[in-house]
Design a protein around this ligand. Structure first.
Ligand SMILES: Cc1cc2nc3c(=O)[nH]c(=O)nc-3n(C[C@H](O)[C@H](O)[C@H](O)COP(=O)(O)O)c2cc1C
Length: 356
């Protein structure tokens, strides 16, 4: 058993949040981390078509794993093509009372109601600045403090966007956490239009260009998807892509573990099919005018390939790391190469949207 595998099995015995804290601590110390990322084959390299963001491979680490930007260097060494830190809010906040993170092992799923626990923008930005060399794209995911209401909530996003702008490769506007009351209301037509207008004005004060993504929920019906599409189309030029999706508030009948009754967002395997359906709906509606990143339930090369065939230019994952360990990115890349070869693709981008 390698040090990494031994570490993973020990950490799995801890309560979920303590396991995560221990993992971040070990990563910061460099324990069980590869010395360097192995170079990726050219066939896995991706240039996102709208923003031009370059990724060495399409397998990303989703937001929430490294909320305070403490461990992105080691996670790049595990082979991720992008690592998204955050969600960060302007002021530090404690998040919801514990316990707030639950494993559902039989379901290969997780439920969390963390509530944007984070140390705030100041240390986050300092760590982005000092983070050292990276082998992929570094993302900063910004959100609003729980205590910020109305106009102040929108201003939190503008504050976050301008603070991280110089120090990251892309920015994600997260309006889809189910654990901050009212946040998902920002997905409604008028609130979203106001938010994107304010963020565009903030971006206009900055130098250079940055890919900006909007992260949406999977709990959207056809009308809600159409509303978001109509608003984001007006924000073209500033907003370059969507991340689809965050966790779900739905509880599929298939769930086995008693933790299924916990309040919060469900992620992992049960989210794969619904989030991929919503991704495909956005892909059909947007017709290649935005970069699309698929997230939700990816635990294998097949799952990643399914998202890409449903229109994703790249994918992100988090929950499967809990069950599969940090070598997962490497396994997914190896399996993606096999799946591409079976379909006669020489570049991963040739598979984007092939199943639509
Ligand atoms: C414990 C936990 C914390 C998360 N925190 C955040 C967060 O702070 N910001 C965010 O945008 N998404 C957050 N997410 C959502 C993930 O980034 C991802 O969109 C979602 O879990 C679906 O992917 P997965 O099934 O591979 O986990 C979190 C997910 C989990 C499991």
């Amino acid at each position: 058993m390698s040090l990494t595998n031994l570490g993973v099995s020990l950490v799995k015995r801890l309560p979920a949040e303590r396991a995560h804290t221990a993992t971040i601590r070990a990563l910061k110390l460099g324990l069980g981390t590869p010395l360097a990322a192995k170079p990726d084959p050219e066939s896995l390299a991706v240039t996102l078509p709208i923003s031009g963001l370059k990724l060495p491979n399409p397998v990303g680490l989703a937001a929430g794993f490294d909320k305070n930007a403490e461990a992105f260097g080691p996670m790049f060494k595990f082979g991720f093509g992008m690592v998204e830190c955050g969600t960060v809010t302007p002021k530090p906040q404690a998040g919801n009372p514990r316990p707030r993170l639950f494993r559902l092992p039989e379901d290969r799923a997780v439920i969390n109601r963390m509530g944007f626990n984070n140390e705030g923008l100041e240390p986050f930005v300092r760590r982005l600045k000092n983070g050292g060399p990276r082998t992929g794209a570094l993302g900063a995911n910004v959100g609003a403090n729980k205590t910020s209401q109305g106009e102040d909530r929108l201003k939190d996003y503008a504050l976050g966007l301008t603070a991280v702008w110089p120090y990251c490769d892309y920015i994600t506007i997260n309006i889809s956490s189910p654990n901050t009351p009212g946040l998902r209301g920002l997905q409604s037509k008028s609130e979203l239009a106001d938010l994107l207008t304010l963020c565009r004005l903030a971006a206009d004060t900055q130098t250079g260009k940055r890919p900006v993504f909007l992260k949406v929920a999977p709990d959207l019906d056809g009308e809600a998807i159409a509303d978001i599409i109509s608003v984001v189309k007006d924000a073209r030029g500033f907003l370059t892509g969507l991340i689809i999706s965050n966790t779900t508030i739905a509880r599929p009948d298939t769930l086995q573990n008693p933790n299924k009754t916990q309040t919060g967002g469900l992620s992992g395997v049960p989210l794969l099919a619904p989030s991929t359906e919503v991704l495909a709906a956005f892909a059909r509606g947007l017709g290649g005018t935005f970069d699309l990143i698929g997230a939700g339930g990816v635990a294998s090369g097949e799952d990643a390939y399914a998202k890409i065939r449903a229109g994703a230019n790249a994918i992100q994952l988090y929950s499967a790391l809990v069950y599969e360990g940090p070598q997962l990115a490497t396994r997914i890349k190896r399996d993606l190469l096999k799946l591409m070869a079976q379909d006669g693709h020489t570049k991963i981008s040739e598979a984007v949207g092939a199943g639509l």
